[in-house]
Design a protein. Structure first.
Length: 320
C-alpha cells in the first residue's frame, strides 16, 4: 500500500499506533500540539533534516535504520548540551508512491532510538513531496544543571571523547565502494551507537565546553575553538584503529585516520575538562586546549584529507 492509498490521516493513524510514550509526555499525538513536561523550566531544542540521496540511501539503509539515524542525530545534540532528551517531533515529506510500510518502519526506528533515553515521538506532520525528507526536532531538560556550550573551553583544559569516531565514516566508504562488510562498520553507519548519558554526566562533572561530533572531529572541534577563542591539539596516538577499520582501510587504500579525524555520523560527544582531575566514566583524553587559535594534530595543521563534512561543498552528494 502506498502512502497515497493510505491517505494522510490513515497514514498518521498507522504511524502513531507504533509510537511509544515517555515519562515527560503529558499529551502525545492527536491534538493540535503535544504537551511535554519541562521540570527545569528551560527547554533545550535542536533540529536536523535528513534528505533522501543526501543523508541516506534507501538501498543502503532500511527505513528503521533511517529512523534510528534521524533520532540519534537530534538526541546527541541534546546530550551535547548536557541535557536529558525528553521528546521528538517529526516531519515526514514523502512521495505519494512511497510504500506505507516504509513510513511505519521509520516510526519504529525513531521510537526505538528515543526509548533508549526514555523519550518518545510526541507529534509531527506529514505532507507530499517529490523528495523523501525526514525532519526531526528534539527537546530536552537540563535538570537543574547549566547548559554546556561550545564557548567555555580554556587553554590548559584536556579534550576528551565519549563514544567512537571513524566507524560510521568507514561504513559509508565501504558502502560507497559497493561492499556490505565488515558488518561492524556498515552497521555503525546505519545505526549510530551514541553515549547519550555521557553528556549530562559531563555537565555534572564540570565540562567547560561540549559538542556532538556529527560532521567530523576536526571540524566540530573547530567550532569549539572558534566559539571559545582557543586552539585544540589532538594526539593521533590517542586513537585506536580497530581490526575491522584497519583491514577495510588496507583493502580500500584509505588512511584510517581520515575516517577518525574527518569522518562524522558516529555522534560521539567531544568535551573539554579542567586538567588534573579524573574524567567521568566513559570519557577518554584525546588532546588539549591551546592558545594558538588553530586545530592541529600532534602540533601541526592537518592536511591529509577533509577536516569534516560541508553540505555546500562543491561535489558533495551524500553525508552526515
Amino acid at each position: 500500500m502506498s502512502v497515497a492509498h493510505a491517505g494522510e490521516f490513515g497514514l498518521i493513524a498507522r504511524v502513531t499506533a507504533r509510537l511509544g510514550t515517555g515519562a515527560d509526555c503529558l499529551l502525545g499525538p492527536g491534538d493540535d500540539g503535544a504537551i511535554v513536561a519541562a521540570p527545569d523550566g528551560r527547554v533545550v531544542a535542536s533540529t536536523d533534516v535528513l534528505v533522501d540521496g543526501r543523508h541516506f540511501r534507501r538501498d543502503w539503509c532500511g527505513a528503521e535504520d533511517v529512523g534510528h539515524r534521524a533520532a540519534a542525530a537530534n538526541l546527541a545534540d541534546i546530550a551535547a548540551m548536557g541535557a536529558r532528551p525528553t521528546a521528538l517531533l517529526v516531519g515526514l515529506c514523502a512521495p505519494p508512491d512511497l510504500d506505507a510500510r516504509w513510513a511505519e518502519e521509520l516510526a519504529d526506528g525513531l521510537a526505538a532510538e528515543a526509548a533508549k533515553v526514555g523519550a518518545a515521538v510526541v507529534g509531527g506532520d506529514m505532507t507530499a513531496s517529490p523528495v523523501l525528507t525526514v525532519a526531526v526536532t528534539a527537546l530536552g531538560d537540563l535538570a537543574g544543571q547549566e547548559a554546556v556550550l561550545r564557548a567555555g573551553a580554556r587553554p590548559g583544559d584536556v579534550v576528551a571523547l565519549a563514544g567512537r569516531v571513524g566507524y560510521a565514516a568507514a561504513g559509508y566508504t565501504v558502502l560507497s565502494r559497493g561492499f556490505r562488510t565488515p558488518k561492524l562498520l556498515v552497521d555503525a553507519y546505519r545505526r549510530p551507537q551514541v553515549e547519550y548519558a555521557a553528556g549530562p554526566a559531563a555537565a555534572r562533572w564540570g565540562a567547560t565546553a561540549m559538542i556532538d561530533v556529527s560532521d567530523g572531529l576536526l571540524a566540530d572541534l573547530g567550532h569549539v575553538a572558534r566559539a571559545s577563542g582557543v586552539g585544540v591539539d589532538l594526539r593521533r596516538a590517542a586513537f585506536t584503529v580497530s581490526v575491522q577499520m584497519r583491514d577495510a582501510a588496507a583493502a580500500l587504500g584509505v588512511d584510517p585516520y581520515t575516517w577518525i579525524l574527518g569522518g562524522g555520523d558516529d555522534h560521539a560527544l567531544a568535551a573539554t575538562f579542567p586538567a588534573g582531575r579524573p574524567l567521568p566514566e566513559g570519557w577518554w583524553v584525546v588532546g588539549a586546549v591551546t592558545d594558538t587559535g588553530e586545530v592541529t594534530v600532534d602540533g601541526r595543521p592537518y592536511s591529509d584529507g577533509p577536516a569534516g563534512w560541508d553540505h555546500f561543498r562543491p561535489g558533495s552528494t551524500l553525508g552526515p
